[in-house]
Design a protein around this ligand. Sequence first.
Ligand code: S3P
Length: 426
Amino acid sequence: MQKIIQPAGQLSGSLDLPGDKSISHRYAILASLAEGRSVIRNFATGADCHSTLGCVGALGIPVSVEGATVTIEGRGLDGWTRPGSDLDAGNSGSAMRMLAGPLAAQPFSSCLIGDESLSRRPMDRIIEPLSRMGALIEAREGRFAPLSIEGRSLHAIDYASPVASAQVKTCVLLAGLFCEGDTVVREPMRTRDHTEIALREFGASITIARRVTTLTGRPALTGRELTVPADLSSAAFFLVAASIVPGSHLVLRGIGLNPSRSALLDFLLSAGASIRIVNMEHVNGEPIGDLEVTGGALRGGEISGELAAALIDEIPVLAVLGAVSDQGLAVRDAKELRVKETDRIATVVANLRRMGVSADEAPDGFTVPGRQQFRGATVDSFGDHRIAMAFAVAALRAEGETVIENAEAASVSFPGFYELLESCRS
Ligand code: S3P
C-alpha cells in the first residue's frame, strides 16, 4: 500500500494512543501462565501483540478479544498444552524471544516461526542462556528462526547478559519461572523493567538491585485485571510531529512514563522540545501521565552510550527531528539498530537522502546535520513499522507531497496511525 502525505500547517488535538506493545506482550504471556481469569484493557491493537495472543491460544489457553479488551483464562504454570502446529511470531522479536523461555521448559516440543524479517534476526542471544539452563533448541545456522524447541526440565542460572536487551532478560526470567530456586539476570545496562513490574503484579517474588534482577522460581501467579498504558514509543511520532511543525499543540493522554522508557522525554527536552507532563498516576505499578507538546525551535543533540540503548526504538523519528533542528543529531553506540525489523541505520539514512537530507552512516550510528529542508519524495518503509511512521512525520515538514511505499507496515504496532495523524491537521 502507498500512502501520500501532504505537508502540514499545524497539528492540534487531544489523542488516545494504542496500548503499550512491550507491556501487552508481557501481560498476555503472564496471564496465560497464571491461575484464573485476567482481563487486560487497552491491550495493544497492532499485529505484533496479536501474534503473541495467537501463540498463547495455540498453546491451549482460552483467549478472547473484544476491541482492545483481552480476556485470558490462565491455567497456572503447567497449563500450556502441546500446540497442533508451528507457533507463528509474525514480525515480532518480542513474541519469539519471550515465548521461547517458557516453551523451553514445557513437557512437549514446539516450533517458533516468524516472517522473513524476523527469520533474519539473531536468536542466539536467547538460545545461549536457555541452553545453559538445560534447554534443547535447534535453529537455522544455529541462530535464526525457525526455532525447534524440545521442552525439558530446566535449572536456574546466574546469567550475565552480554547484550543490553530487555527481551533477553525477559526470556531468561520467564524460563526461570519454571526452575527451582533463584534465577539471576545481570545486565550490562539497565533496560526496560516492564517484566519485573508485571511479574510482581501477578504475584511473583522478584528483587532488583541496580542491574541485577533475581526471580524466585515456581511462584503461584494469579490472574487479574490490568490496564495497559498508552505506548510512549508510539507517542514519540506525535511528540516529534508536533515539535517540528511550528504552531502545533497536541495532548497525548494516559501515556506510559516508566523511567526505563522515558529517557525519550528527557532527550526531547534537552533537544529544545516543549513538553509538559500533567495528571501523573500509577496503574498496575506503571506510571502514566498526559503529555502536552507544543511546536517550536529545536536544538538537536547527541545519542550515545546508555542513551542509545534507552532510545533504541525512537531513533528513526529522532533522526527526522535532527534534520530540522539547529545542531542536527549524532547517533553512536547504536549498532543494535542493525538487527531490528530492518537495518535501521541503513533504512533511516536511505530515506533521509531520498528526501533531500544529507546524512552520514557509521557502523554503529549516523549523523544528520541540522537546518535541512525535507523535500517531498518517494520513500519506503522497507516493511518496518517505525520507518514508515518516522517518514510520515518527516513528510509533514516537507516541501511537496511524500509517497510512502509499503506504508501498511505501520499496523504492526499502530493500526490507524495515518488516520490519527491526518485527524490532527488544523
Ligand atoms: C523490547 C525491547 C527492545 C525494543 C523492542 C521491545 C521489549 O528490544 O527494541 O521494541 O519489549 O522488551 P531488545 O530487547 O532487543 O533491545
